[in-house]
Design a protein around this ligand. Structure first.
Ligand code: NCD
Ligand code: ZN
Length: 350
């Protein structure tokens, strides 16, 4: 069995920088024509000038002959000036602005403490049609970690949507039935990305036979009824839902630690894992819309011209990826390490 798709794009990926960038970029570039690159570097990408120089480093790290195109984002802070939003839009290379509530996740210390401080920037984004990408979790430690997305929607996202009715917003890596229902009922300006791991796993995966740091990400995995709602959204054909892997590499020693980092590395099987989900749901015919068509339509970008063919054939994911060739004395434990993925890429267009 094989399936040919318009080449997909990844609408949410962490490519990191320097040695890690060199180690992980080939996996993304092999599968995806373009990717929305998250700006949460150690020193976040807060200005257009920083986004443009990060873009150059990504282009320089591409494998030979790769036409992979990074779509850059800015990291929203309490003080992002309107002029920076204008510069971002005018550059033609910055496609969105990412809102991390301060303290919500990896490298979010520079994030937003109170979204009302950003209302001038949001008004500028609305006027210029520059989308806001949202990490939708409250950071209030009194809120149970499994409820943080639903509470974020009630306390914050609803307010933003009401206040800025023409602002395009993506609820990134939506993980709950509440989130899917909110997006489904919201105006056409509101969309969501879905990760492969939240489609494939429920929260039991974090505790299978013991504590599993390689199944820990943010937003954290949820219960089965939420996973089922995510799969239903992904295969629905609704253009509000599209692919965003949230592949987030962390070296092994930083994951297998007393306080392990959040993030799963999935780029090595970035489209294949979604094919598994759609196949399992008997919805492979809807994969192309989800992976290759809905995202560009939302962002106002052209569809890719090249195609990619996936073959239903199992392959063994290596137990780890050595980072030494990239100059890091550690390794990366990929999703499904030592286990099988059910689809592989037959050929990838340029
Ligand atoms: C991401 C990372 O490591 O940068 N981690 C994660 O668990 N997804 C940050 C994020 O997207 O929340
Ligand atoms: Zn992310």
């Amino acid at each position: 069995m094989s399936i040919t798709l318009i080449r997909p794009d990844d609408w949410h990926v962490h490519l990191r920088d320097n040695a890690m960038l060199h180690a992980v970029l080939p996996d993304t570039a092999r599968r995806f024509a373009r990717a929305i690159v998250m700006p949460n570097l150690k020193l976040p990408v807060r200005t257009t000038a920083e986004a443009l120089s990060y873009r150059e480093r990504i282009l320089a790290a591409r494998p030979m002959q790769s036409a992979f195109e990074p779509l850059m984002t800015l990291y929203l802070t309490d003080n992002t000036p309107i002029v920076e939003i204008e510069r971002a839009k005018a550059s033609g290379y910055v496609h969105a602005v990412k809102y991390y509530p301060a303290g919500a996740t990896t490298h979010s210390d520079f994030g937003v403490t109170d979204i009302e401080r950003c209302y001038d920037a949001l008004a500028a984004m609305e006027a210029l049609s520059l989308p806001l990408l949202v990490h939708g979790e409250v950071t209030d430690s009194a809120v149970d970690i499994f409820d943080r997305e639903a509470v974020f929607i009630d306390r914050i996202l609803q307010r933003i949507v009401a206040r800025f009715p023409r602002l395009k917003i993506v609820l990134e890596h939506v993980t709950t039935r509440d989130g899917v229902e909110f997006v489904g009922a919201a105006p056409a300006t509101i969309a969501a990305t879905l990760t492969a791991h939240h489609l494939l796993l429920n929260r039991n995966a974090m505790f299978r036979g013991g504590l599993r740091p390689h199944a820990y990400c943010l937003p954290v995995l949820k219960r089965e009824r939420h996973r089922e709602a995510l799969v239903a959204a992904a295969i629905s054909g609704n253009p509000k839902f599209f692919l965003g892997t949230d592949s987030a590499p962390h070296a092994r020693r930083t994951k297998e630690a007393a306080c392990g980092c959040a993030g799963l590395y999935t780029a090595h099987a970035g489209i294949e894992l979604y094919a598994e989900v759609f196949k399992e749901a008997d919805a492979l015919a809807r994969l192309e819309g989800f992976a290759s068509l809905h995202g560009p339509a939302f962002y106002g970008l052209a569809q890719n011209r090249a195609r990619i063919t996936l073959v239903e054939e199992s392959w063994l994911v290596p137990p780890e990826i050595d980072l030494m060739p990239a100059g890091i004395a550690d390794s990366l434990v990929p999703f499904r390490a030592g286990e099988y993925v059910g689809f592989r890429i037959a050929e990838a267009g340029a």
